[in-house]
Design a protein around this ligand. Structure first.
Ligand SMILES: [Zn+2]
Length: 767
């Protein structure tokens, strides 16, 4: 075969050289290789940024990607509790390929606070242990944190540096023996950092990725910074520097080299530092650079190996020949300056995690005869059963002092839980259409299985009756959107709203807290996948999901949460299927009716809004500006009367009485309270007054029942007609049926198949 270069080889070479140029440019722009004094310039530009420990680095990373304080969080406004934040590093990862963590803002905030505490103490003296039920996103949280660190280390603000030792060839020293000769020969050079490969005899990296400042001996370090940054700035900085950078020493090997060089240079630090090549480091989980996950079956350790076996030792200058140099390696060495994650920490034998906690407390590890000092975050995860048996352990209290426990429960907000499933539904949608409300149906059921009934004894008498009356679905709605039970009057709502945080916190302090037991997201995901496989359903719809749930609740032995005692409707997984189905039917009902064209739900919103406007004017005895004529007019009393009649306002038979006045004032104050809770959004009247919304809906529905019945008949004919064009002998009805289906597909995300399927379902169930 001919070996002549192909025509395309030239462009390939060209693009390679372009690539090379781009890499070179990036290399110098990112300051990847530096001499020690060049690094000092970087340090001088932003000393606080350069002299950070791993905890502060991680906390700064969380700030770097942004955070939002949760104000719309139900109950947060008047709860007086410490603010809760949502950090983008979890909810909007910079790398689109990595997985988002939905919800868990309390956990995120706790992680952040713990990191800041470590930073303040100057020492990560505890392991951060995320614990919770199986499948509660513990690992996802840790991995998001690692991903954030990886991305941050590539940003200018997150630049991290370590160093290598560089030893030039003896030939550079022209026959000189030992290092002193080499250095004198290379008098013109102030650094060996940029020697070409062929000029380098040996290059020894700092295997622990030690910080370059550790090259300045600990006893001189503060003085060094004072000379360099000025006394005041250095003192200020010193206060905030981690212990590791204030007092820490180089790893054993680097220390030996540094000492030997100093000796041979008669204590000249500058000449010792000529051998330093500062290198920017990038954290990477994949390449185990500063980010390491250790599985429970693996033995945690750091190993060492004598370097004499290594060819490069013979190349070292003679000044170093007397040294007994080791090379260290292992998970802990790799994980220095970032995060070491112990997944399923407590699955290890007790001696093993005793050892791990020891490491964590001292931030050091014995390697052979020497000690390696670490600056890294130790993060572990454990499920509740493992933690429970760990607590039985006699030494638990002493262990506890070395652990920061952060609880990661299951989510209790249905809309957040629904977002958890969006990823898997997106995958399914490649093969099968996903009908509206599918994620929500699954999420609501999952949340219902996790809720606990409020216990009256934990509340004051006035609150007790309100909270104990909450049904599971009411509690779920309260948690999700702060939605009050429709049956509650304005005064009760106020009380319940004020106690919302208390309801949320009721089971905080007990072992079986709310969100510990219930269907896990993992279990629900498998329900969704199974439902997608069911050939009986043309689309993946709530109907297919409900069917899978019916199968699941029978497999009691497989799922712990199905074995709980039912208490006043709580923990009743079977009944929850009916609850979800009913809620789904309600949604479906209004969607279908909206698609028939009977009403536009905006009407109710407008009606309530107008009522609030006019009644506010009436209360103030003022006039309202007519938007069309611009004239000042009296409030529209017929509109006010109509509304109050429909919602059956108390005291409306006695227009001048106190009852009606109180009713009206309550309405205004509820709108005011809602606006305070949601300062940036326009008032959603349907959400402030769901019970009035429903009454309006019902009222209009009743008044148009006759029309509806005829339309339903038409849909039945349509439904029975199958896939093709609507048949039947009433062309007007057929037209209506196809219009309805068209509206559902165009406006509500149905396809022709599931639109027909759900209409048939609705008619069968409701009419
Ligand atoms: Zn469909």
């Amino acid at each position: 075969m001919s070996k002549t270069p192909s025509r395309s080889s030239r462009p390939v070479l060209e693009s390679l050289s372009l690539l090379e140029k781009a890499a070179e440019k990036e290399f110098s722009a990112n300051q990847i290789i530096l001499a020690f004094d060049e690094y000092l310039n970087i340090l001088a530009q932003n000393p606080a940024q350069q002299l950070r420990g791993s905890a502060q680095y991680a906390a700064d990373m969380m700030d770097h990607f942004g955070r939002q304080e949760l104000t719309g969080h139900a109950g947060s406004a008047d709860s007086g509790a410490a603010p809760t934040f949502r950090f983008n590093v979890f909810s909007k990862p910079a790398d689109p390929a990595s997985r988002r963590v939905i919800g868990h803002e309390t956990v995120q905030t706790q992680i952040y606070k713990t990191l800041r505490t470590f930073a303040r103490q100057g020492h990560n003296n505890r392991m951060v242990l995320l614990h919770g039920p199986n499948g509660s996103a513990k690992t996802s949280l840790v991995h998001a944190l690692m991903q954030g660190l990886e991305t941050y280390s590539q940003a200018p603000e997150g630049a991290l540096y370590s160093f290598n030792w560089i030893f030039p060839h003896e030939k550079l020293a022209k026959g000189g023996i030992g290092l002193a000769g080499a250095a004198s020969r290379a008098e013109g050079l102030s650094t060996y950092a940029r020697l070409a490969d062929e000029e380098i005899a040996a290059r020894l990296p700092s295997e622990l990725k030690d910080h370059p400042i550790l090259l300045i001996p600990a006893k001189d370090r503060k003085k060094f910074l004072e000379d360099f940054l000025g006394e005041k700035a250095a003192n200020e900085l010193w206060q905030h520097m981690p212990l590791h950078l204030r007092r820490g020493e180089l790893c054993h090997r680097s220390k030996q080299i540094a000492d030997a060089l100093l000796l041979s240079y008669q204590g000249n630090l500058k000449r010792m530092l000529m051998h330093i090549q500062v290198e920017r480091i990038y954290l990477s989980r994949r390449y185990r650079k500063g980010l390491v996950t250790i599985e429970p079956q693996l033995h945690v350790d750091a190993q060492y190996q004598q370097l004499t076996l290594n060819r490069s030792l013979s190349q070292l200058p003679s000044a170093l020949h007397g040294l007994n140099l080791f090379s260290v390696s292992g998970d802990l060495i790799d994980g220095n300056r970032g995060v070491v994650e112990f997944s399923d920490l407590l699955k290890r034998p007790i001696d093993s995690f005793k050892y791990i906690l020891g490491l964590c407390e001292t931030q050091s590890v014995n390697v052979g005869q020497t000690i390696a000092y670490l600056d890294t975050l130790f993060v572990g995860s454990a499920n509740e059963l493992q933690l429970d048996s760990f607590k039985e352990f006699p030494d638990f209290t002493s262990f506890k002092a070395r652990i920061s426990l952060i609880r990661v429960p299951y989510l209790l907000e249905a809309s957040a839980e629904a977002q958890v499933y969006s990823e898997i539904l997106e995958q399914v949608s490649g093969d099968k259409h996903v009908a509206p409300h599918t994620a929500w149906t699954a999420a609501l059921w999952a949340v219902l299985t996790r809720l606990k009934k409020p216990n009256g004894v934990n509340y004051s008498p006035a609150v007790s009756s309100l909270v104990t009356a909450l049904s599971p679905i009411q509690k779920a709605r309260l948690y999700d959107l702060g939605e009050m039970p429709p049956s509650l009057g304005a005064e009760d709502r106020k009380v319940l709203r004020a106690n919302l945080q208390k309801v949320r916190d009721e089971y905080e302090g007990v072992p079986y807290y709310e969100g510990r037991v219930g269907a896990s997201a993992r279990e629900i995901k498998s329900i969704l996948l199974d439902a997608a496989q069911n050939p009986e359903f043309p689309c993946l719809s709530p109907l297919a999901v409900l069917r899978e749930m019916e199968g699941m609740v029978k497999r009691v032995s497989e799922h712990e949460f199905l074995r709980q005692d039912v208490k006043d409707g709580y923990h009743d997984a079977i009944e929850f299927i009916a609850t979800v189905r009913k809620d789904y039917l309600d949604r479906l009902d209004s969607e279908v009716r909206e698609s028939i064209g009977l009403y536009d739900s905006k009407q109710w919103e407008d009606f309530i809004r107008k009522y609030v406007q006019h009644v506010a004017i009436a209360l103030k005895k003022e006039k309202i500006k007519n938007p069309i004529t611009g004239r000042m007019e009296d409030p529209d009393h017929s509109l006010i009367d109509e509304f109050e009649k429909i919602v059956d306002a108390p005291g409306r038979m006695n227009p001048g009485g106190d009852d009606l006045k109180l009713f009206r004032q309550n309405i205004i104050s509820q709108v005011g309270a809602w606006s305070l809770d949601h300062p940036t959004t326009p008032v959603a009247y349907g959400k402030v007054f769901p019970e009035y919304w429903q009454k309006l809906e019902k009222h209009y529905y009743e008044s148009q029942k006759a029309v509806l019945t005829r339309l339903h008949d038409a849909l039945l004919v349509y439904g029975a007609a199958g896939m093709g064009a609507p048949s039947g002998n009433d062309p007007e009805s057929s037209q209506l049926a196809s219009d309805t289906i068209r509206n559902m597909t165009q406006k509500q995300g149905y396809c022709g198949q599931c639109a027909r399927e759900v209409i048939t379902f609705l008619l069968k169930q409701r009419y």
